[in-house]
Design a protein. Sequence first.
Length: 300
Amino acid sequence: MRAHLAIVFFLAAACSSSKPSAKQTDAAPRRAAPDARPPADAEPAGLAPHRTAKDLATAWRELVGDDVRAVGVGELHTRVDRATKARSALARFTEEILPVVATRASDLVVETWLIDKKCGQAATAGTAKVEATVQRGAATKDEVSTMVVAARAAGIQPHAMLLGCGDWKAIFPQGVDGDPDLASMLTIITRELGRLAAKAVTDRAKEKSARTLVMTYGGALHNDLYPNEGIADWAFGPKVDQATGGHYVELELIVPEYAELDDTQTHEPWFPLLPLASAEHVVIVEKAPRSYAVLLTRTP
């Protein structure tokens, strides 16, 4: 049996919520109270801790230290119904981050899946239907392929999910003529990404590999380290964090132009900071300990 790669990015980024619980928030470092009244042009109070960095590579080096064993990279996906000319987070990860981790990273788990031809129409037609549902542009397929090729060239092993026939039955309980069960889809994706990432962490530790970093790449939901109650079953972050012994980092890459077209993101702690995004620097936002968002540079 030969499985075929389906370049599908199914991420319900609109459902993303990384807001930590009150207990987790209390663990975050607190900023000291100011000694004097802030100037009139000061930023509004209550913003998440943030700072700027020269570029994405610089931000990565600051946030993914040598002690980090796994990093879950999430993004807001581009969609055909929210088109902009901004460079995608996926392209920037390939061009700006893979060279930085070329000698350190061992594995890259990608939120795409293999089509098992034994599953027949359920898999092939189901994949096509999911692609249409999530409205990914054709360029996304090329960018995923480019990332996979670049990872292999750097000695990093890429991994894709394998969805079995039972998974497709769960996703399309009424058959492929019906609508996909998105809750089942999210559950299966979370299971597979977490399984692959945790296994890679464990395998490399047993091998005593010189490459000590496992990465995942997908949407800004499954990688959450502190998922809100109600969506915890759709986040693999805590499982991978446990596998690394507390050496996991959640990192979201936010293209400002995408975020400004997505009104489902207004609750995110980085959203009020979008006006600070520019073509000159990236903005690092600390949501919670080991949980960050990077507002990428605006495309001129």
